[in-house]
Design a protein around this ligand. Structure first.
Ligand SMILES: *Cc1c(COP(=O)(O)O)cnc(C)c1O
Length: 386
């Protein structure tokens, strides 16, 4: 195992070593991490629902009713009526004929691409897509082509250059490490022109964008005829766990028959579906959570601009601050932590070489005072401010 130890040491030397922190509180704005109280600006619990009392109560009651384990895969005896009701609620929420639950977003992406494409087909992906979409592309027998980030012209060149089989364009809706939006209207047009299917992974848009949290598709006013395949996760804006795919009857039935990451795995607990039914209702109904988020983001951007922090184009609750080198990002993150503010450093290979960053995220639960604390701490990063 000498080889492993050496590789680990090399990783350490490059500032790329990753380690876990132990959290001993529920997910909320203030956490106890490794025994220390901090204000966290790095979770994806955008709406602040992860430890909402009604969601917790639904989980508890669900467990009393159905126990904990689901006992088997969905296609055996694991498919509880709570799962079924949640699928119906998600289909209604996304205004699509059907929805299908997956255990995680990672598995949903592997499942969809694995089920829909075969040898001779073509998969087109944005360069900055989430790792799960990239991994799905590496596993498929179809040919994967990456196009320049948010660049329809680059996509069109690639589409025109290749030929044969079914084409599928897959993109993050809100890019997870950058917070910017996919140019969906243009992608829809290109997909039509080239008879390609379009898949949007809206892990960071659902619950957050659009009037009732309908995500990036409702932000752009796009429906199932524009984007055939919608993937959403439940562990971010909705504050619970799991994922789903929504689309036509034909799509969902195909996934039930063919998506290996759906078929060959134990169904998630029914109680979790009960909890998500409640968080979905809260996410839709309580628009103040989205308004609060938007106001935090606006105030952050305004104040950060005044300090001279290098902001990006993002208008979403994902606000990166580019550091460049992994070492710089880690040094900044440590400096913030000394002041009781937790923001994680995102380094290669999660992001491209030379684009390591702090990834600041906001939650509707953050208070004004907590925002001030973040800004004060950021203002003390000497190399960051212009
Ligand atoms: C988080 C994320 C996933 C993975 O979802 P999990 O449910 O956490 O496995 C997929 N796609 C994107 C864009 C994500 O941000």
């Amino acid at each position: 195992m000498n080889r492993l130890t050496q590789a680990l040491q090399a990783r350490r030397n490059q500032g790329l070593y990753r380690s876990r922190r132990v959290v001993s509180t529920p997910q909320q704005a203030e956490l106890v991490v490794d025994g220390k109280r901090v204000i966290a600006f790095c979770s994806n619990d955008y709406l602040g629902l992860a430890s909402h009392p009604e969601v917790v109560e639904a989980l508890r009651q669900g467990a009393e009713k159905y126990g904990v384990g689901s006992g088997a895969a969905h296609l055996i005896t694991g498919h509880n009526r709570s799962h079924h009701r949640l699928e119906e609620a998600l289909a209604e929420f996304t205004a699509r004929p059907r929805a299908l639950l997956f255990s995680t977003g990672y598995m949903a992406n592997l499942g969809v691409i694995g089920a829909l494409l075969k040898t001779g087909d073509r998969l087109f992906e944005d360069r900055l897509n989430h790792a799960s979409l990239v991994d799905a592309g590496q596993l498929t027998r179809a040919k994967m082509v990456r196009y320049q980030h948010r660049d329809p012209q680059s996509l069109e060149l690639q589409l025109a250059r290749s030929d044969g089989g079914q084409a599928l364009i897959a993109t993050d809706g809100v890019f997870s490490m950058d917070g910017d939006l996919a140019p969906l209207p243009e992608l829809v047009e290109l997909a039509r022109k080239h008879r390609a299917w379009l898949m949007v992974d809206d892990a960071h848009g659902l619950g957050v964008l659009g009037p009732d949290g309908g995500g990036i598709l409702s932000h752009y006013g796009l429906g199932v005829d524009d984007v055939e395949i919608l993937m959403g996760t439940l562990g971010k804006g909705f504050g619970t766990y799991g994922a789903f795919v929504a689309g036509s009857e034909g799509l969902i039935e195909t996934l039930i028959q063919q998506a290996r990451s759906y078929i060959y795995t134990t169904a998630p607990p029914a109680a979790l579906a009960e909890a998500t039914l409640v968080s979905l209702r809260l996410a839709r109904r309580e628009s103040w959570r989205r308004e609060r988020l938007n106001s935090l983001v606006e105030r952050f951007r305004h104040a950060a601009g005044q300090i001279g922090l290098p902001l990006t184009e993002s208008a979403t609750p994902i606000q990166p601050i580019l550091a460049g080198s992994a070492r710089q990002a880690v040094a900044w993150s440590m400096k913030l932590e000394e002041q009781g503010v937790l923001v994680s450093a995102i380094r290669p290979p999660t992001v491209a070489e030379g684009s390591a960053r702090l990834r600041i995220t906001f939650s509707a639960n953050h208070t004004d005072t907590q925002l001030e604390r973040l800004l004060d701490a950021l203002a003390k990063l000497p190399q960051a401010v212009a």
